[in-house]
Design a protein. Structure first.
Length: 184
């Protein structure tokens, strides 16, 4: 049993080539841990998966079950990057809150799942990301961080300091979402 007196847990879902050690997920994990949350990090290798949606859902369901067994928290926060958002249907079915970094909004099943979710979510993306659609994001939730010129990695043109500033802006939104909505 995890030592979690406050009943908080989060499951981190990587992207296709973006591990939970990437800056978006790493800093989001720190934010959740500062809220005294149990943390479950998923590691996967999606290469060669033919039915990618079914594979992601299966991996995420297994991770959620492992997290619940370890933390005794039945409704953890899901924090996912890109490919991880293909499990939005799991969040919708289980009524789980979520933070989705660069979700694949151009994927119709993912968009439909996000729209039917009842738990709060935060969507983060950039206007230079071909998988992002700001109109769809805003039709899902009012909690949207859309960065002008940011690509799928949330990098913006110019000096790295500008991209680091974007990371700071996104993490401020994550902290506010955790403090004001998820774990108030």
């Amino acid at each position: 049993m995890a030592e979690q007196a406050n009943g908080r847990a989060a499951v981190l879902l990587p992207g296709g080539g973006y591990t939970t050690d990437g800056p978006l997920l790493m800093f989001a994990a720190v934010a959740a841990q500062r809220c005294e949350s149990y943390m479950h990090r998923v590691r996967w290798s999606p290469r060669g998966q033919q039915e990618i949606h079914a594979w992601v859902v299966s991996e995420v369901e297994a991770a959620l079950n492992e997290s619940t067994a370890a933390s005794e928290v039945a409704a953890p926060l899901m924090i996912g990057k890109s490919l991880g958002s293909l499990a939005a249907s799991v969040a919708a079915e289980r009524g789980l809150p979520a933070v989705w970094f660069t979700p694949v909004l151009t994927d119709k099943p993912t968009g439909r799942a996000l729209k039917r979710a009842t738990a709060p979510c935060l969507l983060v993306g950039g206007t230079a990301d071909t998988l992002w659609d700001g109109t769809i994001a805003r039709s899902v939730t009012l909690r949207v961080v859309e960065i002008e010129g940011a690509d799928h990695g949330m990098f913006v043109p110019g000096d790295l300091a500008a991209s680091a500033a974007v990371l700071g802006q996104v993490m401020t939104a994550v902290e506010q979402f955790l403090d004001d909505v998820v774990w108030r």
